[in-house]
Write a protein that binds this ligand. Structure first.
Ligand SMILES: Nc1ncnc2c1ncn2[C@@H]1O[C@H](COP(=O)(O)OP(=O)(O)OP(=O)(O)O)[C@@H](O)[C@H]1O
Ligand SMILES: [Mg+2]
Length: 277
């Protein structure tokens, strides 16, 4: 199973947008995919058209010793399932202050046979929730915009992930960086890319996500750019990014997972995500 945390300690870098669209790309390619919203601000939950859930149906229940993921009612969207966040996560944070409180989510998802991929959306801060995501995950994706503060936040996030790997979760791989909201008209993109490549080498993904209005539109049924604007650059870029990510973190699953036939007309013009490049 792919378990991926999407993190950057800096806000507004495309974490939620990347979580939704990577999950959609995986889901539409045949991966049974669950998104867990661990951001108390619940933007992902809202962006996929879900109302504030009762606390018993929220991601806070992963912190209940009586429950695991399979006891919880996930919400179905067109391409993936969602375990929504609740504003109660903010209130509960004060009580989750023991060292062992970073282990809840790892234990809760251990028995999740229904999914090929679980993606965590996290808040722009080091909280007990983002630490739970890192402790539960095998991989981390750090979306970064080509600007000073997001890159700095991204580097701090890399250090946090490496600390978690050293102290709490030896199965966690070093993170990958994904450039988001790239505006080709701005010259400094190349400089930031060269800087990160110089420091982190091939942990910086080749795929980039360009600025695209198609990515800021939300739909009540949780359908994504792949359904409502399949020809857009947003659909193309996230299909490419999902394809590269799978080759990086789960090459064995690419061969194993049954995929939808490329000529299935319901899949739109981007066909298989492995055929874009
Ligand atoms: N490639 C893109 N093109 C255009 N707009 C984008 C793109 N990616 C994200 N956005 C917009 O930028 C804003 C921030 O994106 P998003 O919410 O995904 O970031 P975030 O890192 O999750 O933020 P937060 O730290 O607040 O959780 C949103 O309004 C989103 O619609
Ligand atoms: Mg967000």
């Amino acid at each position: 199973m792919i378990v991926l945390a999407i993190c950057n300690h800096k806000g507004g870098t495309g974490k939620t947008t990347s979580t939704i669209n990577l999950a959609a790309a995986l889901g539409l390619s045949g991966y049974r995919t669950l998104v867990i919203d661990l951001d108390p601000q619940s933007f992902l939950t809202r962006m996929v058209g879900l109302p504030e859930p009762p606390v018993e149906a929220s991601s806070l229940m992963l912190f209940d010793p009586e429950r695991t993921l399979k006891d919880l009612p996930v919400q179905q969207r067109t391409a993936f399932d969602v375990l929504p966040s609740s504003s109660m996560l903010s209130k509960a944070m004060r009580k989750l202050n023991k060292p062992t409180d970073v282990l809840w989510v790892k234990e809760a998802i251990e028995d999740a046979p229904d999914y090929d991929a679980i993606l965590f959306d996290t808040a722009a801060a080091i909280t007990v929730y983002s630490l739970n995501a890192l402790v539960a995950s095998r991989h981390v994706l750090i979306p970064v915009m080509p600007e000073y503060q997001p890159i700095l936040g991204g580097e701090q996030t890399f250090q946090t992930a490496m600390m978690v790997r050293e102290k709490l979760n030896p199965t966690l791989h070093p993170p990958h960086f994904l450039f988001t909201m790239v505006d080709a008209r701005k010259r400094n993109h190349r400089a930031y890319r060269q800087y990160l490549r110089g420091r982190y080498g091939d942990r910086v993904m080749n795929a980039i996500i360009r600025t695209s209005t198609s990515l800021s539109v939300t739909h009540d049924d949780g359908s994504t750019v792949f359904e409502h604007a399949p020809h857009s650059r947003g659909a193309h870029d996230y299909a490419n990014a999902a394809d590269e990510l799978l080759r990086l973190i789960a090459p064995e699953q690419l061969a194993e997972t049954p995929r939808i036939e490329p000529d299935d007309p319901s899949r739109g013009p981007w066909k298989s995500i492995t055929h874009l490049g």
